[in-house]
Design a protein around this ligand. Structure first.
Ligand code: SAH
Ligand code: SF4
Ligand code: F3S
Length: 437
């Protein structure tokens, strides 16, 4: 007699790298007899894959743990694990503060989850926040061959050596490591066999990738040779690692999509220096010019922090001017959040109301630019990779080359198809299109 499979619920916070890690953790736990559920109430094990980037992100862990406590009262066999960047940053502090937690494992050690699960089932409480010598990707089982949707993330690089003054990532993810190109190509082939046509290569500093000859551009070239892989993207890049070969690839590698997330954080040289970004606003603008020379229609996005310690009205105006000069397709903006252990956390903070006002002003400009870029798409033809049915009958949703969300009507099953469309209208966060091929 076989026993019913145990159920695993994973909640993912934070960046795409956590999304990828959650998939890998679910696959690793599959080897222990777990299947995934989307209801925490049904689970035998809950993993919270956390983010430490801003205070609010980190606090979510504790409010979720509060709610899980009630579930554990109903089901004393429920095991609760904390993974990801808060696990790395706070380690056994979590176990001490939260008796409800059974295991804590950092992003570099999750290949040890199956062994930790066994220890937990035996009644233990375990913490592992090592930066182990061994490569977790060598130890994790091969990826599942099960059919999947047409898009996937693939982590190629982890960690960060940049030490921006506000950022916890170098501490939670450790120093930069690149995975060997042959392993990545093998993983990409497997994803394509499972139905994937669009892969986004991930790294905290993905364009610092050095696991292939020619760096990230070299890796993109190797992946572009895979039949059935039609679209390649990568994120997140640092301006100082955009080398000539990568810029050129945007012009001459048709599978490399015309989309680039290139965070600048601020338009003020004084603030960029205080942030330890190691480039000026002018250097960033020149870089954008070179990228646009290679691929004129590329859609650019960025991240911004407002209210970094020392930011004056004039510094903020410089950020607004930079945004005006670039013309982004979209961007994320955040209020500065002091993070324990980072150099900027020691500095005097900008007034909270000033930060709020600046955030609103910046977001209004970014929203306007996003809308302008979308409006400019109306009447244009592009291709869309359709992923799933939309909300209305006969409606399908997918992504354009520029990563716009696109809806189109069709009686066919468009899932996994790349089709030519003409854009007919825009909404705040999506485009409407008609099939023309
Ligand atoms: N590696 C990426 C960023 C990773 S963090 C890069 O260098 O661009 C994602 C974004 O979160 C950052 O770009 C930054 O805008 C924001 N962020 C990071 N730390 C922050 C902090 N302490 N307060 C507010 N925003 C922060
Ligand atoms: Fe953080 Fe800077 Fe590294 Fe990006 S480059 S992960 S912002 S330290
Ligand atoms: Fe958050 Fe860690 Fe990603 S802090 S943004 S989950 S690298």
């Amino acid at each position: 007699m076989t026993s019913a499979p145990k159920k695993l619920f994973i909640k993912t916070y934070g960046c795409q790298m956590n999304v990828y890690d959650s998939e890998r953790m679910a696959e690793a736990m599959g080897g222990e007899g777990y299947v995934q559920t989307d209801r925490a109430e049904d689970a035998d094990m809950v993993l919270l894959n956390t983010c430490h980037i801003r205070e609010k992100a980190a606090e979510k862990l504790y409010s979720d743990l509060g709610r899980l406590k009630a579930l554990k009262l109903d089901n004393p066999n429920l095991k609760i694990g904390v993974t990801g960047c808060v696990a790395q940053a706070e380690g056994d502090e979590i176990i001490r503060r939260m008796p409800v937690v059974d295991l804590v494992v950092g992003p570099q050690s999750y290949h040890r989850l199956p062994a930790m699960e066994r220890a937990v089932q035996a009644g233990g409480r375990v913490v592992d926040t090592d930066f182990p010598e061994e490569d977790k990707f060598d130890i994790l089982a091969a990826r599942s061959k099960a059919k999947r949707g047409p898009t996937a993330f693939l982590t190629v690089q982890e960690g960060c050596d940049k030490f921006c003054a506000f950022c916890v990532v170098p501490y939670t993810r450790g120093s930069e490591v690149s995975r060997p190109a042959d392993r990545i190509v093998t993983e990409a082939r497997g994803l394509v066999e499972a139905g994937v046509r669009d892969i986004t290569l991930l790294g905290q500093n993905v364009n610092a990738y050095h696991g292939a000859e020619g760096g990230l551009a070299g890796l993109v070239g190797q992946l572009a040779a895979i039949d059935g892989l039609d679209r390649i993207r990568y994120t997140t890049s640092h301006p100082n690692d955009m080398d000539d070969a990568l810029i050129a690839a945007h012009g001459n590698e048709p599978k490399l999509m015309p989309y680039l997330h290139l965070p600048v954080q601020s338009g003020s040289d004084k603030i960029l220096k205080a942030m330890n970004r190691k480039h000026t606003a002018e250097q960033y603008l020149r870089l954008i010019e070179r990228i646009r020379a290679a691929r004129p229609d590329i859609l650019l996005t960025s991240d911004f922090i407002v209210g970094f310690p020392g930011e004056t009205d004039a510094d903020f105006d410089a950020t607004m001017a930079l945004v005006e000069a670039v013309g982004y397709g979209a961007a994320y903006s955040f209020k500065y959040s002091a993070r324990p252990g980072t150099p900027a956390a020691e500095r005097a903070e900008v007034d909270a109301e000033v930060m709020d006002a600046r955030l609103q002003t910046l977001q209004a400009l970014i929203t306007r630019q996003q809308r302008e870029r979308q409006d400019a798409m109306v009447g244009q033809t592009t291709t869309v990779l359709f992923e799933k049915p939309g909300r209305n009958p006969g409606q399908w949703g997918g992504k354009s080359e520029h990563l716009h969300a696109v809806h189109a009507m069709s009686d066919e099953d468009l899932r996994g198809q790349i089709r030519k469309v003409r854009v007919t209208a825009t909404a705040p966060n999506s485009l409407t299109a008609e099939l023309i091929g």
